[in-house]
Design a protein. Structure first.
Length: 83
């Protein structure tokens, strides 16, 4: 992003003039400017930013719960076979 005016930032790649102070970052993976960009998530296939942060957190919580449930089921099945 290049500084064109003191209050605006111009993205040469997107050809978009953005307001300064909105914390916008250009993602080279997606090819878009993302407001409040945290990172590009390969598991979700998109950037995590201001508009989808809660969905990213929900995604992480859901796979962690699934993983814990999987481990607990494996332990229970192993104990049942041993008995």
């Amino acid at each position: 992003l290049q500084h064109r005016q003191q209050e605006d930032i111009y993205c040469e790649i997107c050809s978009v003039l953005q307001e300064r102070g909105r914390k916008i970052h250009h993602c080279t993976d997606c090819g878009y400017c993302i407001e409040g960009m945290d990172h590009h998530c390969p598991w979700m296939g998109q950037c995590v930013g201001k508009k989808n942060m809660k969905w990213f957190l929900l995604f992480n919580v859901s796979w962690i719960i699934y993983f814990i449930e999987f481990i607990l089921c494996a332990i229970i099945l192993k104990n049942n076979k041993s008995s």
